[in-house]
Ligand binder design. Structure first.
Ligand SMILES: *[C@@H]1O[C@H](CO)[C@@H](O)[C@H](O)[C@H]1NC(C)=O
Ligand SMILES: *[C@@H]1O[C@H](CO)[C@@H](O)[C@H](O)[C@H]1NC(C)=O
Ligand SMILES: *[C@@H]1O[C@H](CO)[C@@H](O)[C@H](O)[C@H]1NC(C)=O
Ligand SMILES: *[C@@H]1O[C@H](CO)[C@@H](O)[C@H](O)[C@H]1NC(C)=O
Ligand SMILES: *[C@@H]1O[C@H](CO)[C@@H](O)[C@H](O)[C@H]1NC(C)=O
Ligand SMILES: *[C@@H]1O[C@H](CO)[C@@H](O)[C@H](O)[C@H]1NC(C)=O
Length: 378
């Protein structure tokens, strides 16, 4: 009874030490692994080995990740800021498994910022947004940090957007060029007077979260037989893009994918095109924004010969008809209103000319006066 109490006390003492909390799943009095612990600086989980085992595996959140080095430790690429379950299991030798949580969960897990997502947009900007944790205390406030996981350099974010209760829910970095495009940790930690708020994080490279802007057309040229359009996409990261074109020629709609940054068409006629881009050298690249639809009018395509002949024939007929009609009318008019003989009167003709000139002079003088009056009224 006393021994059991002492064991429980010992167990409690181990659990209360900040970096280690060993929980055995087997009730083995002589476990092969003891004192499971995390060293966050060296990113190592290690333990004391007692006995003969030939293989040990390490797990993160129950996912098998590494075989132990020298059966005494596992090294991780990255230690997340949120509480994570690290476990070990002896796979060859006496059965054993155990786990620790690092860092220890403080406060309610659902007080942490939720659904953290970050994206690069409009070439130079980086924005992260998150939702206030469903169990966050009323006075919770969140802050976003970006940390390069190679150099460990950190950048606090400063341009926050708040929700209606004044809690930060979005933040923007205005200048990507000062940040590192390598693997980054985006973490949102929280503070409150009421209770501790756990941290949330995601790790991404900047290029994999880039939402490409719409391609801009840099040159376009066309005539009746031939058309060429060129475009470009701006990005701070990669240059290898793939494009999707949506072209409409008359009623014909066509989608086309290409790695060229130009489009050549023969006998283009009138067509519209819009373009979007995505990064190629990525696993699941998503498409960027569509460009505005551009319309090109490149002369009419030559008509087929039969249609040309038909049109010429029709045109001739029409012209002939018109001529006939006009002749008929002229004949009728002449019969109704025979022309009145006109005697040329040099004096009155001359006077009329003079009056017209005088009137024109008057009009020209009047105009500036009228303008002055209007201006004066205003
Ligand atoms: C450890 O176990 C292996 C076989 O699993 C055996 O060959 C070896 O002698 C043992 N070593 C010790 C020190 O018990
Ligand atoms: C941690 O992982 C181990 C192994 O997958 C599991 O047995 C244990 O219940 C987990 N602990 C928590 C708190 O989820
Ligand atoms: C492997 O572990 C043994 C003790 O179990 C230790 O003496 C030795 O230095 C370790 N080797 C490495 C490379 O860590
Ligand atoms: C987070 O996203 C999930 C899935 O889209 C959604 O169900 C959940 O409500 C979101 N959380 C918050 C706090 O908005
Ligand atoms: C949040 O994290 C940053 C950077 O890791 C740290 O400087 C800051 O003190 C943390 N704030 C809180 C409230 O934990
Ligand atoms: C259109 O331009 C191309 C290339 O400059 C030229 O070869 C072609 O003759 C032009 N067509 C017409 C109808 O002007």
């Amino acid at each position: 009874m006393g021994a059991a109490f002492a064991m429980a006390f010992l167990w409690l003492a181990v659990c209360l030490t900040p970096v280690s909390c060993l929980l055995q799943t087997d009730q083995d009095p002589h476990p092969v692994i003891k004192n499971l612990r995390m060293d966050p600086e060296r990113k190592r989980m290690s333990w004391d080995l007692h006995g003969n085992v030939s293989q040990i595996w390490c797990f993160v959140n129950s996912r098998r990740v590494h075989k132990a080095q020298n059966n005494t430790y596992c090294k991780f690429a990255h230690i997340p800021c949120q509480a994570t379950n690290y476990s070990v299991s002896v796979t060859q030798g006496p059965p054993f498994s155990g786990w620790i949580q690092y860092p220890k969960l403080e406060g309610k897990a659902r007080a942490a910022a939720e659904n953290l997502t970050c994206w690069v947009h409009d070439v130079d900007l980086l924005t992260c947004s998150w939702a206030v944790g469903r169990e966050a205390p009323r006075d919770a406030q969140y802050h976003l940090y970006l940390e390069n996981l190679h150099s460990f350099q950190k950048w606090p974010c400063s341009q926050y957007r708040r929700d209606e209760w004044g809690t930060n829910v979005e933040c923007r970095f205005d200048d990507l060029s000062v940040l590192s495009p390598e693997l980054n940790r985006f973490s949102v930690n929280g503070s409150s007077q009421e209770s501790p708020i756990p941290c949330s994080e995601i790790t991404k490279t900047l290029h994999e979260i880039e939402r490409l802007t719409a391609p801009t057309i840099t040159s376009a040229w066309c005539n009746q037989t031939y058309s060429i359009v060129q475009w470009q996409v701006r990005s701070h990261f990669r240059e290898d893009f793939e494009y999707e074109l949506e072209m409409q020629q008359g009623a014909h709609l066509e989608h086309k994918q290409t790695e060229d940054n130009f489009l050549k068409l023969s006998n283009p006629g009138t067509y519209t095109v819009r373009i979007r881009a995505r990064h190629t050298a990525m696993l699941a690249p998503s498409w960027g924004e569509w460009s505005a639809q551009e319309r090109f009018v490149c002369g009419r395509a030559p008509l087929p010969v039969w249609l040309t002949s038909l049109l010429i024939a029709l045109g001739t007929l029409l012209a002939l008809g018109l001529v006939l009609l006009l002749c008929r009318r002229y004949a009728v008019m002449q019969q109704l209103f025979p022309p009145i003989p006109h005697v040329k009167d040099p004096i009155s003709d001359h006077l009329q000319n003079e009056r017209m000139m005088a009137w024109e002079e008057e009009k020209q003088q009047e105009c500036p006066v009228a303008e002055v009056q209007i201006l004066g009224e205003k």
